[in-house]
Design a protein around this ligand. Sequence first.
Ligand SMILES: [Zn+2]
Length: 291
Amino acid sequence: MKIFEPHAHMASRVTDDYERMALAGIVAICEPAFWQGQPRTSVGTFVDYFDLLLGFERYRASQYGIHHVCTIALNPKEANDGRVNQAVIEVLPRYLEKDGVVAVGEVGFDDQTATEEKFFRLQIELAARHELPLLVHLPHRDKVKGLERTLAIVREMKVPPERVLIDHNTEETVPQVVETGHYIGFSIYPDTKMTEERVGTIFERYGVERMIINSATDWGRSDPLKVPRTVMHLRARGFPGRRSRRSSGRTRSRSSRRRAGSMPRSSSSRSRSTAARGKGIRSSAADSAGR
Ligand SMILES: [Zn+2]
């Protein structure tokens, strides 16, 4: 099975993590630009960070056969910082033209200030100009309000829905996002955000079309193997091929047949997952007890 990890802050991780990820079947990683745990005080540190994502991280990943790409942006938190915000916007265009840059992100809201909105809009314009999709970070506080503001801005600025990935969703935000046509991200994180079990329940209800799982692994207590662990958990629950409650009772919809980005593609995977159902639950429980 080949796994794509679509959201991992590898600059905060050790090289052994790349090795463990490769051993678990991860063949590609997308590293979104974000803040670094403490505020940066000059644009030069952003430039060095962007170069690190495009240079050293790509090299570290390649040592384990992992293809590393990144997204580049002024993150929502530091968008509030007048020491750096405008200067970072000015260096973005030269990065958005580089080969390893696959989207503008993470953008969106943190504290949901007017300044964040101003820089969010500026970066939506940059994404359109450079023909890149958007990776949107939902705030961890007042999430639903942040989502509603995000959706309104994206709609008003006429961004095609399929060019937007809304990340860090929870049970509270999914009902609104599934109606929009955007991609729907879930960060599976040990203590906060989302768990394997909860995301499994969401997929049973809504299906897996446009659903993307990631570890969002960073400098906090997080787990770079959360995507393979979640795949294992989902298999134990009968994915892929499991009908969502949404689609049952109707003609089987495309959503129930499509698989999450990281699910195996072979047609034999369903019989494997059925066989794994009994065993998988145990191994998954043993696994979580071990951490
Ligand atoms: Zn992130």
